[in-house]
Design a protein around this ligand. Structure first.
Ligand SMILES: *Cc1c(COP(=O)(O)O)cnc(C)c1O
Length: 408
């Protein structure tokens, strides 16, 4: 294409041609995308060839209400027509209301606070900076943890392949086995600023923290004077069937990080600090974000929270997740070991490393799922998905496994 020629409209262009243009114009950190998608409706998406898929990835736990939910469309359309962005020299009704709603849903005590950024990693960055204000700098995180890709968050993320090309990262981070209270107790000292834990390790394959482990983490950090930061970026906003994944354990953390599902597809992240002592650690001028919590994303997030509440979605998530797990196990398929996870953050664990093949076969059959580990397929669909829609995938699963094994 000559530089003067405008890019052609996507209308009649093939998927492959667009993916070639992608390869020629984007930094290849994501590899070659699987598809070029064009539109969505509820749990369904269509590619540029008009082929329809049941979206069980949901934008990686982002599209909480599915695609193009009317409440989200209305809220965003209204707000963008009024004003989209104003900087943090000013505030908006939507921003204040959103902070209040998040504090109420998180059951945060008086004196708690919210900082808005634009992503999960930025929420973690804010939490790391918060932890430095304790005067300590040692951080403990879990093996298998995923906390994001920025240079601060990356130090807490466990996977060596993500971290090593960028070493050295921030110092004094210890990774301990997940769900092992004794290992945590041994690692946390009077020098520890904070412990970061996910209630369910999503990127590790939907591995659930025992409630007793989270309670032990609370006791251990309180005794050492360290902060307990719960990373709710993937588990928050109803994903587990509670508003936040840690709530089932009954603990009160010092801070939580929230992002993915909060904006229903618009980019937003938040650090929530619990109580005046923790909230007071960050003072005027110590942190900031140009876009963070602008009226457009705040209006989007408010519509997500309002819809989850009004439509009784938390109970539906719990029921749909349990239905999915029991329907998969009822197949009594010899290649399925178990279904891990909580709510609609689930992984189907297989006896062999065929998840990539299952995902490819699923895509051909019209289902989008995620190969979260070589032997595990993750499902993180919109929270609005119905059991009938989940059953379409369960019914197809035996054939998908057969196809994957034939090709491996
Ligand atoms: C996705 C994720 C992050 C990082 O969020 P980004 O928006 O990709 O920066 C952090 N923590 C957890 C638990 C996540 O799942």
């Amino acid at each position: 294409m000559s530089p003067t020629q405008p890019a052609s409209p996507t209308g009649n262009e093939t998927q492959e041609a667009l993916l070639d243009r992608y390869a020629d114009s984007l930094i290849p950190v994501f590899g070659r995308p699987q598809l070029v998608l064009e539109r969505g409706d509820g749990p369904w998406v269509w590619d540029t060839d008009g082929k329809r898929y049941l979206d069980l990835v949901g934008g990686v736990a982002v599209n909480a209400l599915g695609h193009n939910h009317p409440a989200l469309v209305a809220a965003v359309s209204k707000q963008v027509a009024e004003m989209a962005h104003i900087s943090n020299f000013f505030t908006s009704r939507a921003q204040v209301e959103l902070a209040e709603r998040i504090l109420a849903l998180a059951e945060a005590p008086d004196g708690s606070g919210v900082f808005f950024g634009n992503s999960g990693a930025e929420a973690i960055e804010a939490a790391i900076k918060l932890s430095r204000r304790t005067g300590r700098r040692h951080i403990v995180a879990a093996e298998g943890a995923f906390h994001g890709r920025t240079t601060g968050a990356l130090a807490l993320t466990h996977k060596a392949a993500y971290r090593e090309p960028f070493a050295p990262l921030i110092p004094d981070v210890t990774h301990v086995p997940y769900n092992d209270a004794d290992a945590l107790r041994a690692a946390v000292t009077e020098e520890t600023a904070a412990v970061f834990l996910e209630p369910v390790q999503g990127e590790a394959g939907a591995i659930v923290a025992d409630a007793a482990y989270l309670r032990a983490a609370r006791e251990i950090t309180s005794a050492a004077g360290a902060l307990l930061v719960i990373d709710e970026v993937q588990t928050g906003i109803g994903r587990t069937g509670d508003w936040f994944g840690h709530q089932e354990s009954g603990i009160v953390p010092d801070a939580i990080t929230v992002a993915k599902g909060l904006g229903g597809g618009l980019p937003i992240g938040a650090l929530v600090t619990f109580g005046p002592d923790v909230t007071g650690l960050l003072t005027a001028g110590q942190h900031g974000s140009t876009f963070g919590g602008n009226p457009l994303v705040a209006a989007a997030a408010l519509s997500v929270l309002t819809t989850i509440e009004a439509d009784g979605i938390l109970a539906r998530v719990t029921a749909a997740g349990e239905h999915l797990a029991s329907a998969v196990m009822a197949l009594q398929h010899p290649d399925v070991v178990e279904v891990r996870g909580r709510g609609l953050l689930r992984a189907i664990v297989l006896t062999s490393d065929i998840s990539a093949g299952v995902v490819a076969a699923a895509r051909e059959a019209g289902f989008l799922v995620n190969p979260v580990a070589p032997n595990a397929v993750r499902l993180i669909p919109p929270l609005t998905i119905t059991t009938d829609q989940l059953d379409l995938f369960v019914a197809a699963l035996p054939d998908l496994i057969t196809t994957a094994k034939e090709r491996s």
